[in-house]
Design a protein around this ligand. Structure first.
Ligand code: FE
Length: 367
């Protein structure tokens, strides 16, 4: 496959016009060229926090559903995603993980890359749309049972019993621990950071906010070198807040996620999120009491929103939409438009709409 005269957008080398040759699964060469580009070539998007889409729900999916889910995401430029659970019993956690693991094992190329446990080791005071009956402290015994090779991220609250033992246990296994659904003080977040936890889940949602005498979780996210997941849909945070975080933290610390639920891509109505009923109206998904319950955001909308609200460069956009996530997970062979990297790529038009998605060197979506 050869992509001629495309505007290459690389998170490290920046933007330039080039001919890109793909051979097998990899990018074989990237050679600068002259002339006006016919489209924009950016690394495939990475969504490390998504509960579902197109009617598929991570907690209730069956074996064949992941294919439907990944196909839906190809149309939005996603070439790497991590199905995310909600707080649940160990059997349900293992059920979801088992389906993901079997799916990955059976396929030579897939955008499904592992699993993210969002909870249950979180704070009920900041539960958001998580079912409080299943929220509990972590124990090493339980972790031994639920942590498999495909678990990539665990979202936990530092103030919940067992956090620091779990952090040590998970870090040893190269699993990323992310602070979320937390009511921690600034000093406890700082303590967790010093113990090796350098990331926050869907910042600033599901955590206490900033007060000038106790800057709390939101202040900690701003001032400590933490990487921050953000849902850039205009519902979870105001556009101005996204811009504020971009200005304070820079593009290197921001990780775009959707936090999407099964209703994403479907019509308005009533849906189920981990046993709780969720109403979707417009771009808002809420519980009966009005609590925001995940999103119906598609990844490429988040990318366009981020660009519009921050005025960032295209290469910064490549950082927040894939590169930062991959570096955080320790993935070194994806996320760049560069010789030798896996060819997970998106071709976009000048308005940043997805024209084609390429997974492991093969076209999987064309518009
Ligand atoms: Fe959450």
């Amino acid at each position: 496959m050869e992509l001629r005269n495309v505007l290459v957008v690389d998170p490290v080398d920046g933007e330039y016009v080039a001919n890109v040759r793909v051979s097998g699964r990899k990018i074989e060469s990237v050679e600068m060229s002259q002339g006006s580009p016919s489209g924009l070539l950016i690394p495939g998007f990475v969504d490390v926090h998504t509960h579902g889409a197109a009617g598929v729900n991570s907690m209730s999916m069956e074996a064949g559903d992941l294919e439907k889910w990944e196909r839906f995401l190809y149309a939005h430029g996603v070439t790497f995603f991590i199905p995310t659970t909600v707080s649940a019993g160990t059997d349900e956690m293992l059920r979801a993980t088992g389906i993901v693991s079997d799916y990955i094992k059976d396929r030579p190329a897939t955008s499904v890359r592992g699993i993210h446990y969002e909870g249950p080791y979180i704070n009920t005071r900041k539960k958001g749309a998580q079912n409080p009956e299943t929220i509990r402290p972590s124990t090493l015994n339980e972790l031994h049972g639920v942590i498999t090779d495909d678990v990539m991220i665990v979202t936990m609250a530092p103030e919940v019993e067992g956090f620091f033992e779990a952090l040590e246990f998970l870090k040893k296994r190269d699993i990323v621990v992310s602070m979320g659904h937390t009511d921690s003080s600034f000093s406890l977040i700082k303590h967790a950071f010093e113990a090796g936890c350098d990331r926050m889940t869907h910042y600033p949602n599901g955590m206490n906010t900033l007060h000038h005498r106790e800057i709390g979780c939101v202040g900690a996210g701003m001032i400590l070198p933490l990487k921050l997941e953000m849902i850039v849909d205009g519902v979870h945070s105001a556009p101005e807040f996204i811009n504020l975080v971009y200005r304070v933290k820079g593009a290197d610390s921001i990780i775009l996620v959707t936090d999407s639920i099964d209703a994403t891509g479907l019509s308005e109505g009533l849906y189920d999120l981990g046993g709780l009923s969720v109403t979707v109206r417009g771009s808002k998904a809420t519980l009966d009491d009005g609590t925001i319950a995940g999103s119906t955001l598609v990844f490429d909308d988040g990318v366009r929103n981020f660009r519009k609200w921050t005025g960032c460069s295209l290469s910064e956009l490549a950082k927040v939409s894939s590169y930062n996530s991959l570096i955080d997970l320790g993935v070194r062979n994806r996320g760049r438009v560069k010789e030798g990297y896996i060819a997970d790529l998106v071709i976009m038009d000048s308005e940043m709409h997805v024209r084609e998605t390429i997974l492991s060197g093969k076209s999987v979506f064309k518009n």
